[in-house]
Design a protein around this ligand. Structure first.
Ligand SMILES: *Cc1c(COP(=O)(O)O)cnc(C)c1O
Length: 365
């Protein structure tokens, strides 16, 4: 059977290897496996979330409240925007798809950093939009601007701040100065999946969604419950933008795209800021161990504003092999070969998980 031509060059997204598969493949006991591959919260999620899911289990026979007003009001309150500025997605992933479907096509290209979140590329290709990437792996706004001017027909620009899978971030001032130079008919998406980590490490990196969308009506801010809130399994994310952009995005949204239990979980998660604070505190104190390890062992790493750290290797080492050896030891991390990077991305875990990883990593090296 022949399918749409634009699908031919799409590489299927591969998530972090699930624990069950490692149990099967290597016969390792599930309790001896640690997964530091998908930037999940090492502490699970808030107890308030678990309680909310249990208390609302009796609602599962009914369709969700498609207005999603409860969670939208909570988010509007948190970010001091109107509920009409918010759209919910089955993960912020889905909001990325809405944006691309609304604004990119065969004639309108998408501009991204060379090494960034894989879904920007995949969704763009689905609609037949060409993806232009900067020469540098990490975000370089001069290169973005140069390509933007050169290409002329850019429909969407993605800024992943901080960037997954590399971990770097940009200062708000630099980002705003860049967006100023972009035509207001181009949609600029700021993916803030790790913003709550970045703003704690360096407040100059903080991008406030309200300030962003009020200064630039052509911007869309993305947030997710999958990382700091520990809700990766519930699939809840959101977009914040002007009402004009919302009107277009809502035309892309399937009905009931976020489940009742996911909406309740997200609402409860917002009510436990202490859990998020503990997560972020552990993240940066533990990240220091990784940095010290890298310095002591002369391994390059990228200064990270996220809940993971990326190590890069010279040509004497091969990240794919390193990932494979670690896997046999029951440690799942992310090899970046498919991103064109000889490196690995490691999610910061609990203190015990991190010690185990670093011990194994030392052996492998
Ligand atoms: C994890 C992540 C997302 C979204 O994840 P969802 O689980 O779909 O909400 C979006 N962007 C980046 C950069 C991410 O790392």
């Amino acid at each position: 059977m022949k399918f749409n031509k634009q699908l031919e060059n799409i590489k299927v997204y591969e998530g972090g290897k699930p624990i069950e598969l490692v149990v099967e493949e290597f016969g390792i006991d599930a309790k001896d496996i640690i997964k530091l591959a998908s930037n999940e919260n090492p502490f699970g999620t808030s107890e308030k979330v678990v309680k909310a899911i249990q208390e609302n289990a009796h609602l599962v026979h009914m369709y969700p409240d498609d207005s999603m007003s409860e969670i939208k009001e909570a988010l509007a309150d948190k970010f001091q925007v109107q509920t009409s500025n918010i759209i919910m997605g089955s993960g912020s992933d889905e909001v990325i798809a809405f944006a691309i479907n609304a604004k990119a096509n065969k004639y309108k290209k998408v501009l991204t950093a060379r090494t960034t979140f894989a879904m920007y590329d995949i969704y763009s290709r689905q609609v037949g939009a060409k993806v232009i990437k900067t020469p540098s792996h990490q975000h370089n706004l001069d290169e973005f601007l140069h390509l933007y001017k050169k290409e002329k027909d850019i429909g969407v620009i993605f800024l992943c701040l901080p960037n997954n899978p590399l971990g770097e971030c940009l200062k708000k001032e630099d980002v705003f100065n860049f967006i100023k130079k972009i035509d207001d008919n181009t949609l600029v998406v700021v993916d803030g999946a790790y913003q709550d980590f970045a703003m704690v490490k360096n407040p100059q990196m903080k991008i406030d969604p309200k300030e962003l969308i009020e200064t630039f009506p052509n911007t869309l801010y993305l947030g997710t419950f999958s990382k700091s809130y520990g809700l990766g399994g519930m699939r809840v994310g959101y977009g914040i933008a002007s009402e004009e952009i919302m009107t277009a995005l809502y035309k892309m949204r399937p009905p009931f795209n976020v489940t009742t239990l996911s909406l309740k979980a997200a609402k409860a998660a917002l009510e436990d800021e202490a859990f998020v604070a503990k997560t972020i505190e552990n993240n940066f104190s533990e990240m220091k161990k990784y940095e010290d390890f890298a310095k002591a062992n002369k391994i390059d790493f990228i200064d990270s504003y996220t809940n993971f750290i990326t190590f890069t290797f010279d040509s004497k080492r091969n990240s794919k092999n390193i990932a494979q050896i670690l896997l046999k030891k029951g440690i799942i991390i992310r090899d970046l070969t498919s991103y064109g990077v000889n490196g690995i991305r490691v999610t910061i875990g609990t203190p015990e998980q991190n010690s185990r990883f670093l011990e194994a990593f030392k052996e492998v090296l």
